[in-house]
Ligand binder design. Structure first.
Ligand SMILES: [Zn+2]
Length: 426
């Protein structure tokens, strides 16, 4: 089985791809101008931020990036396109020949291109509305090779892609539109314009089963374009038959070619790879680490901060609790304190979290306090003189706390509590 995708994702720029209209607006037809409405004489100007973001996507997907990039007009007549052409890319695309590494295989990325979104068509019962706010919003199109070979791999791929884009500040769910190519046998079926991740997985599952059943019955799978009916949760034959050859592509004389050199390239983050590495190096289940960091930068920051110093299992316990109760902005020292509590054998839960956030002392299990007691007693034994001064000089008390806390990497508050109780008994 072969599955390939053409994924369209909106880029989070302030303004549109070729004009200064806002790319976010609620009131229909309020963010429009002669350029995105295609009035005669208007000239498009490329938005540098959109170009940079598209280059970042190409870079994160391991693509070879073209030295310069250029645009073409894809000519067709449709109500969502007042210019009668969409500005897109063909030969001069941003990049290509990339890949996304999954746990078990590599999915090839054929091409990354930048293009403008057409207007939004709202169909009502007796009439149709058009909102041109969306005209000209920058989209990045990610075209994969047909390397995906099961529904499971499709799921793994789209979540890996979603995570990579999340770390670039791009939300894949916003305006996600996918064309899905599936061939169970030889014939290729294209399902056009599937919106949202859930629909994508559902459409693929339905279509795989439909083709498998036809093959099992020794019937022919028609090579055709289908659409996904969300309500009925099935793919349906659609009459549209255009292929790229049926569109007219012409060079856009308003736009020159643009160098990709000046873009500031952001270092990509591959959550799947990190989770597998950390699982191997520091212990802890890769799957659990992935669940924490896949769509959460802060979880990764916390794990990175603590990974070399404490057991991964304890770190995971604490990060999960912080996430669950909404305390991800915890200061480093309190975060550290929680991990030490977990390490001492006391599981961190909501109650422990609350106490630490408040700065209250937490009874940890005996392992921790026994170690502290042993160390304090050793210090007292070695510093009898100091101890005699104790009544006169409170600094001695702090000195012992400081030394023991430093040596055991313990919380000074705990050492202080143990020291008081030991001194009482002397
Ligand atoms: Zn505009």
């Amino acid at each position: 089985m072969k599955i390939g995708l053409e994924v369209h994702v909106a880029l989070p720029t302030k303004s549109k791809l070729f004009c200064s209209c806002s790319s976010i607006s609620d009131e229909p037809n309020s963010a429009i101008c002669p350029i995105c409405m295609g009035f005669p004489g208007s000239k498009p100007m490329l938005n540098g931020a959109a170009l940079s973001q598209a280059i970042n996507v190409a870079n994160a997907l391991n693509c070879k990036i073209s030295e310069s990039t250029s645009f073409v007009r894809k000519v067709y007549f449709y109500p969502d396109l007042p210019k009668s052409y969409q500005i897109t890319q063909t030969q001069g695309a941003i990049g290509g020949n990339g890949s996304v590494e999954l746990e078990s295989k590599r999915i090839g990325i054929r091409r990354i291109q930048l293009e403008e979104d057409p207007a939004k068509i709202v169909r009502e019962e007796n009439y149709t509305l058009i909102d041109f706010n969306r005209s000209g919003v920058p989209l990045v199109e990610i075209v994969t090779e047909p390397d995906i070979s099961s529904e499971e791999e499709l799921r793994e791929f789209v979540f890996a892609l979603k995570s990579i884009l999340y770390y670039l500040g791009i939300d894949i769910e916003k305006e996600l539109k996918v064309d899905l190519n599936i061939s169970v046998a030889k014939e290729r079926v294209e399902i056009k314009n599937v919106t949202g991740l859930r629909n994508l997985i559902d459409a693929a599952r339905y279509e795989i089963k439909r083709q498998q059943e036809l093959v099992a019955k020794k019937q022919k799978v028609e090579s055709e374009t289908r659409s996904y009916n969300e309500k009925a949760m099935r793919t349906e034959s659609s009459r549209e038959k255009e292929s790229d050859e049926e569109y007219g592509f012409i060079y856009d004389p308003d736009l020159t070619s643009y160098s990709t050199k000046s873009a500031s390239v952001q270092k990509p983050v591959y959550a799947g790879k990190i989770a597998r590495e950390y699982g191997k190096k520091y212990g802890g289940a890769a799957k659990t680490i992935l669940e924490l960091i896949q769509f959460d930068k802060r979880s990764l920051e916390l794990i990175d901060y603590a990974k070399a110093k404490w057991p991964m299992q304890n770190i995971i316990n604490v990060v999960e609790v912080l996430k669950k109760y909404g305390h991800m902005d915890i200061p480093d020292e309190k975060f550290t304190r929680l991990i030490e509590i977990a390490k001492s054998g006391t599981p961190v839960n909501e109650q422990v979290l609350k106490q630490v956030i408040k700065g209250a002392a937490v009874e940890t299990s005996n392992v921790g306090s026994t170690d502290i007691d042993k160390e304090i007693k050793a210090m007292i034994k070695a510093n009898q003189k100091l101890l005699k001064e104790y009544d006169k000089n409170p600094k001695v008390f702090n000195f012992i706390i400081g030394e023991v806390a430093k040596k055991l990497k313990a919380n000074p508050k705990d050492v202080s509590a143990r020291l008081s109780s030991i001194l009482e008994k002397i």
